[in-house]
Write a new protein. Structure first.
Length: 113
């Protein structure tokens, strides 16, 4: 039982969507084969996309030493934009429904309120 839980913990660390698929496919006829094929495909696609992005960055001239100084402003602007987007997403809280109270509810006891 502990080994299965550790395996699912490693799977969740690698890919949360794989953990969801593992939970869905546990009822199938061959869940282990299905999950292993999914993880293999995800790993292969991640490696292929990494190689493609690397080749595009090299072909576009973004890794040449003489371009680094000219692009610091662009990198700084994109970094700040991404940081602000992340802060706005993490700080957003869902608004309460019109019929629900906004504060914590207390049960009315015999001594007050």
């Amino acid at each position: 039982m502990l080994i299965e839980a550790a395996g699912l913990a490693v799977l969740a660390a690698i890919s949360p969507t794989a953990l969801l698929l593992a939970a869905v496919y546990l009822g199938s006829a061959r869940p282990r084969a299905t999950i292993l094929l999914y993880l293999t495909g995800a790993t292969v696609m991640s490696i292929i996309m990494g190689i493609v992005v690397l080749v595009l960055l090299r072909a576009g001239g973004f890794s040449l030493p003489h371009h680094h100084t000219a692009r610091y402003g662009l990198r700084l602007g994109l970094g700040i934009l991404i940081l602000l987007g992340g802060c706005s997403c993490s700080g957003a809280s869902p608004s309460p429904s019109p019929g629900q109270p906004t504060g914590p509810r207390r049960a009315r006891g015999s001594w007050g309120g």
